[in-house]
Design a protein around this ligand. Sequence first.
Ligand SMILES: [Zn+2]
Ligand SMILES: [Zn+2]
Length: 555
Amino acid sequence: MSISQIFENISHLLQIQSGPSHRSRNYQRAAYIIRDLTDESGDEIPYLQDLTETDRLEQVRGIGESTATKIVEIIQTGTCQLYEDLKSEIGERVLDLLRVRGIGIKTASQLYQSAEIKSLADLRSAIDTGKLKEIRGLGVKTLKSIDSSLAYLESVQNLKPLGDIKPLADGLMDLLQTCSAIERVEVTGEYRRGKDMLGRLDLLVVGNAEAVQQTLTDHIEIEIITEEVVTVTVDRFPVHIYCTDHSTFAWDWLQTTGSLRHIEQLGLTQSSYRTEADIYDSVDLPYIAPELRRSTRRSDPIKAAKISPNLVTITDILADLHMHTNWSDGLNTVQEMVNGAKDLGYHYLAITDHSRSSVIANGLSAERLKAQIDVVKVIASETEGLTVLTGSEVDILKDGRLDFVDDLLAELDVVIASVHSGFGMSQVQMTKRIIRAVENPFTMMVGHPTGRLLGSRPGYAVDLSAVIDAAADHGVALEINASPYRLDLESDAVMEAKSKGVMLSVNTDAHAVSNLNQMPLGITIARRGWLESANLINTLSLDDFRRWKNRCQKL
Ligand SMILES: [Zn+2]
Ligand SMILES: [Zn+2]
């Protein structure tokens, strides 16, 4: 845990224990200050260490003697006494309350002080026994929001977003490949099928269990649970490592990838095959990509493979149409984002910062947007081999109007309409709001259409089928937002959009150059939703994209 995070937790714990105070505010401020004291890699410790060693720490504005002492203590021990004391007095789980929509620090403090609610489990029982209703000051709307948000958190309690597991999977694969007794390492299971929330990571290796265990224990901290299938936890996340040999590799890979129903559906009898393609061939089927092997009410793998024999791949992507710069809440300049996209070999990209109503995200006023358009055009004229488009991620206002007037929208190459506020509105209102935005002739795409944040917030209430119908009627595209925190739309909705003839666009919504690399995550979702290159707008050549835009905006 980072030092700033520890300070923030201390501040929260102090406030939950006894309300806001001078002391709690000091720790909050220290957390903000430390967050800014990072070196270029974003790592705070080396810089703080340097400040400490040269006795400059206390000269930083806002860091007093006691804060400085604690920083040194955390650098040395990974934590500090005050934090440990508060955790044992109040319980660490109390901070989970802050993840519930409708519970801010004030409410958390009230829940703790008046009803001894110290964890999500306590909160659940307070709801079930009616105790929560008796707490003063919690309105009906807040109670409802707390209830639904808690239900969501419970449903994902032991799950982690796909994007969070990727570094773990990549790291373990690299590590296992260093062992000479291990000849091959592949991901398998739900991770290989591209499920968006995972309860476990599965790997398949050619090698024996002892070699796997030895390699792991030599290099990282793990807890070994069973040994036959090597079952370990890394950073408290369960990992299964299946061991096999070359002769049964293809068979085991298919079996461990699943889904179970799909394997049953194939009706195979065990024998040895060289590749998975051979296995499918033996039952007269084409190779079925792992992302299609989920069996749900909507998705049948065999049907999927017949309808979409050529799933989209990362090499089909010619553009990234949604990204932010330091004009709004992004980290990098327009030029840096352009360079980043160029490095990825794209043919075109769009700069789409936030609009004025997204105040927290430093959204652009009409004047600033006009100024940015000029800047982007200059950079575009100086850039070779990549076309730079102007754009905006325009807020959909509560009544469904867009945040800029038509004359300004008409000047932009790319107009994405997104909801960033008023998440609590009823499903009827929200659906009307988004459909009105879809009907706006300038809207080309709806950004992150459900507003979900994986693992922390379900989407807003919306009749997605109605939105998809409207998008079909008006030729508007829907986004597959590839941010690891969103993956929005999810794959079933993607399937529905495709079946209704709606175009989609996989965008990174990058807020830094490094985020431009998130495209593959979005492609996984697109593939799980049966998409081929022809279903996406950012696989079009620039000329075709412009033609599509003109049709979409009826120009
Ligand atoms: Zn957005
Ligand atoms: Zn965005």
